[in-house]
Design a protein around this ligand. Structure first.
Ligand SMILES: [Ca+2]
Ligand SMILES: [Ca+2]
Length: 178
């Protein structure tokens, strides 16, 4: 992607853009031409880490850690996502939510939403408060036994959301920016 720094490129030179090792192209132009107005033709290339799937409307890459060996408590899952350069996934609208469900296999999965900071005030992994969209299971979140603060897909309730104990172990879904 060195052409991004290309003041040395002149009309009508063409540059080939590619993703770094370990990434694959999610959208954008692999060949762009320096135009007379000094702008590049086409659109900027966007790349996802290998193993991640791109969801164009959010412009994030997502991966469901579908193996039993991936099971982690909420903090460990968040740490794994951070080690990949991202966060736990944030299904902040119905489209993202449906996309995440298409990636996961059977079982309960953590995603990036909790009310650990202030009981009853759910906040996404990026610090943004939960908006008008949610997909809670009926009668959830219920803060059962006064200790459930982390949100997950609950397979027994049709993958609707539940708050659960953050130290429970389950699979999880990460997101990474392009
Ligand atoms: Ca709670
Ligand atoms: Ca609950």
């Amino acid at each position: 992607m060195s052409c991004n720094h290309g003041y040395s490129f002149r009309y009508p030179e063409t540059c080939t853009f590619s993703c770094n090792h370990g990434y694959h192209r999610s959208e954008g132009s692999t060949s762009r031409t320096c135009q007379a107005d000094r702008r590049w033709s086409g659109s900027a290339i966007r790349c996802c880490p290998n193993g991640y799937e791109y969801y164009q409307p959010s412009r994030f890459c997502y991966k469901a850690f579908n193996q039993e060996i991936d099971r982690s408590n909420y903090n460990d899952a968040a740490a794994t996502c951070a080690s990949e350069g991202g966060t736990l996934a944030m299904p902040s609208d119905a489209g993202i939510n449906a996309f995440l469900l298409s990636l996961k296999n059977a079982g309960d999965f953590w995603f990036g939403l909790s009310d650990r900071g202030q009981e009853g005030r759910f906040v996404w992994a990026n610090g943004v408060p939960l908006g008008h969209f949610n997909h809670w299971a009926p009668e959830e979140p219920n803060d059962h036994d006064g200790g459930e603060d982390c949100a997950h897909y609950w397979v027994d309730k049709g993958d609707r959301w539940n708050d659960n104990f953050c130290d429970k172990s389950m699979k999880f879904i990460c997101q990474v920016a392009t």
